[in-house]
Ligand binder design. Sequence first.
Ligand code: PRX
Length: 635
Amino acid sequence: MTEQTFNSATSEWYYPSDDVVKHARVPDYEAMYAEAERDLEAFWGKMASNLDWYAPWQKVLDQSQAPFYKWFVGGKINIAANALDRHVKTWRKNKLALIWEGEPGDKVTLSYWRLWKETNKFANVLRSMGVRKGDRVTIYMGRIPEIMIAMLACAKIGAVHSVVYGGFSEQALADRIEDAQSKVLVTADGAWLRGNIVRLKDTVDEAVRRSPVVETVIVVKRTGHDVTMEQGRDYWYHDLMGLPIASPNCETEVMDAEDPLFILYTSGTTGKPKGVLHTHGGYSVYTSTTLSCVFDIKDEDRYWCAADPGWITGHSYIVYAPLILGATSVLYEGAPNHPYPDRWWRIVEDYGVSILYTAPTAIRGLMRFGDNWPNRRDLSSLRLLGTVGEPINPEAWRWYNKVIGKETCPIMDTWWQTETGGFMITPMPSVPLKPGSATRPFPGIKVDVVDEHGNPVPTGEDGVLVIQQPWPGMLRTVYGDPDRYVSQYWSTYDKQGWYLTGDTARKDEDGYIWIIGRNDDVIKVSGYRLGTAEVESGLVSHPTVAESAVIAIPDEVRGNVIYAYCILRTGVERSEELKDALKDHIRHEIGPIAVPAKIEFVDALPKTRSGKIMRRVLRARAQGLPEGDTSTLEE
Ligand code: PRX
């Protein structure tokens, strides 16, 4: 995306209809923002009281060990009790929690009662495998109901799940298993994608060979192709769920509000992925409050967040928050354009989806197939749309609004991060919109756009996006690396409670925030988050590569693509075959999302005298732009 695309000076306003405002859960954003500003703790305390607690908290926010903030101190809670246990005591037990469709067209529906029973059974299976409170369990599967069951079962018994996105490959999975030290891994034989089988179990076998800390592998039979099962280590999910140990009654572990719920690895500025840690209490409060206000979920809604449960969007807004709110969710396994580009629109029509939440890259991808595909489907059930993951260009915004929303569905452009747990800068249905802007911060969230000294930059100018006070959904630490937590997020400015987002943004004359993109070594490809260092170390792990540098280059559909520059080892011949081999290597080691769109062999890389690669120079060169100041250039 070019910067002009986000020029707020030319932006248009979109006002919600009177009807939307009248029925919105939050009809007056300013009033709610002011309420939180008056008394932050009272505000979050009020939101927290919408949940079931085993014991109340003594203090809403403890800042005494900042930035190791504590929320709802002394409170006892379990997110699974809020997502499941409490609903089965009400009429909601018969309500659909989940409508699932597999890529080949198979369907499963689960009521709250059924989902609760299945979760209880699997929680008992995990307990019988020796999993205890605080133990880590790695989950690696496609978009099938069992991924939700596995996550909820871990939460129920107080185990900490670490879900690794099913699109990651061997080394990426092995690194994450190793860092979390998971003894149990839950996976599937395969997943369906574009009519093909993704052979998940093969990847698991190799990852576990590289990280042998795993003692037990539980395998859901999804695709049914032949897989190797290692005796004494590998068990079929359906076999275990048929045993007497899988009792449908399971006691929920009483957790402290600050006890860990999950680790989710995300890319940062070094090669080693960061284990972002979230907790039972604050995360439950934050995700459910934000979902309820922003997507305005009502009992009659059919809500579809088309992300993957393996990313934060899926954790927060497919699994936990919708269940806490007692919503009916749709989950679809496969590709948006399989077998035809109207698959998503058919799902909206078939299930009467009323709220659709997806990413700009998917919108742009589907937009390419033209208007006929969505126009042939009845999309009249939709009442709200959402987007997340990267800036949405106004052209895609307008198409989404016009062709999908028929100009009646406000678009919630939600800005947030793995680290923030939930929406941070976001409209609500009653808020006037500007295409391309995530609008203003959620009540209780204070943000600003500042320069390197922490001073606010003038309206309309680029600066660094900071969050200026803690919020309940914030990460609590980087798993096993508290120093990195402090240095990465809380130490750039000499101001207590300032969290560094890693994004560049701009604020317009109406206080609306326009996200420009990352200002660190994180690359967003199709909304997926990758670290330059991760891809570079993947390339260098190939025997022919001595050194490499990767950069992000703007792409019309995917937001960005990766360009890689490689210096080959002495004596290695440059060839097109080698480029293909390197792409294959990355596909195997990290995953298809990390494969560079282009690889170039070079003799040297532009570096500063201190040895830092000057990506700015590489980017300028790749795009044929002026290279700027190169006075510190060494090579
Ligand atoms: O650069 C921002 C971009 O995604 C980053 C966070 O990535 P991740 O942790 O993978 O979480 C993505 C899903 C919550 C941010 O630093 N980003 C996210 N949402 C938006 C966005 N950029 C612009 N507009 C958004 N709505």
